[in-house]
Ligand binder design. Structure first.
Ligand SMILES: [Zn+2]
Length: 80
């Protein structure tokens, strides 16, 4: 199969690990989604394609269902 961007036949497969972050400040409340896709990289133009598995797609669709645990707040006053 040739590259969709530059039509090169010079594509190679690589293993990878990708940590997907949700955008914006609200995204900080969600845990990142870690995936290990096989990448198909055009080594001429850099176009890269990969598929995210269904379980991780579900986490991207419904980030509020997978919020990271809230960190306990430190006490607001300290007694001596
Ligand atoms: Zn290309």
């Amino acid at each position: 199969m040739s590259c969709r961007s530059c039509a090169s036949e010079n594509q190679k497969e690589f293993g990878s690990e990708i940590s997907i972050h949700f955008p914006g400040l609200k995204g900080l409340d969600n845990a990142t989604v870690l995936v290990f896709p096989r990448l198909v990289i055009c080594v001429d133009c850099g176009l890269t394609e990969f598929t995210i598995p269904n379980a991780e797609l579900q986490r991207l669709r419904e980030p509020d269902a997978f919020q990271r645990p809230k960190m306990p707040r430190p006490p607001s006053t300290f007694s001596r």
